[in-house]
Design a protein around this ligand. Sequence first.
Ligand code: ASP
Length: 438
Amino acid sequence: MKTKVCKFGGTSMANSNNITDIANIVNSDNTRKYVIVSAPGKRTGADRKITDMLYACYHEVELNGECADTFSKIRERYVEIVTDLKLDLDINSCLDEVEEGIKKYRTSDYAASRGEYLGGIIMSAVLGFEFVDPCDMIRFNDLGEFDADTTNELVAKRLSKVDYAVIPGFYGADATGNIKTFSRGGSDVTGAIISRAVMANIYENWTDVNGFMTCDPRIVENPVHIESLSYKELRELAYMGANVLHPESIFPVRINNIPINIRNTFQPDHKGTMIVSERDKKKDNNLITGIAGKKGYSIVFIEKSMMNSELGFARRVLSVFEYYDVSFEHMPSGIDTLSIVVADTEITGKEDAIIDRLKKTVNPDHIELLTGFSIIATVGHDMSFVPGTASRLFAALAKQNINIRMIDQGSSEMNIIVGVNTPDYENAIKAIYSEFVK
Ligand code: ASP
């Protein structure tokens, strides 16, 4: 029998109606065996996510030793859900235990993890599936890093005895039982870990959108939906800001080539987006899979004659960035020029120190910090095989009078990255979209 792993995100868990939608989805297909849940998210735009409130509780306990007000709001949400669903579940005792735990353990990971824990208890009561605590099988090492191999063994062993289970997302524990969480949005990663260990046929990731769009719908109205994309394309798009799925979710499923299907809890008949190891070129021969970008970049531009023959030049430049704990994102170079593209969030406050040290370290003819950039990645597996793709892209931007300030084509040749002035960002995306998509 096939095995599907289904992860439901925070909006799908936000209230009792949505939880009933989840139950209908799971119950409509008996191969949906392992259900991973997030903590209840926002019911409306102005609402607060349970996880945000739990982090707030942790901080309040650190400051005042208690978190009664904020915790009472969390309690209200869960009690309302359990009452609306008419569940025979003593959620108040679970909530008491969590409130005490937040004060006792005093770690932000413990506090944050309880949103998923309580969500899992509720979902297990709704579906009648066994509740399996990830503490017993998702393992972090002493340094707080995720231990993929041990986890895989423990999950496979634990779930071999359970046909249907609900597993809270987002957390696990170290060998002594201290709770550790993944980074925000980490229930996606839990779903991928479970999928790998049970050798799922498919990992369904249920969220509140129909999957990926060719570009940001806030920039281009009604962009074309992406039916399928490869793991690698997803990495590129996700890294550049298309954030439907936690970027680290790819690693566990890639090992066993398990496809991820992004689905919409609120439109369950929509096929969503399929993420696979290789796109089926016969079915879909789009040149471009997607366009994504981010604002807020600066470029350290360095010029020095004969730079190309100076052994170790780039290494010395990068050592300065490393010294200041600044990671860079792109490094396009010419014969006598080198540009280091960095996110403003990385470099702000350190610019002067970095420029000074670079002057001393590599003695450039000219060095300058250029600010106010945005980066746009145009991603597509087949781009490299089709001559003229780059020239079409550049011509589309030129037609709109958009000045390209930086170009980088990754060695995977799966994307072309351009840097533009931030005021041109939206227009540049529109121009690329209408050139390649429609
Ligand atoms: N609840 C956690 C968060 O808000 C994890 C998740 O939803 O995946 O980040």
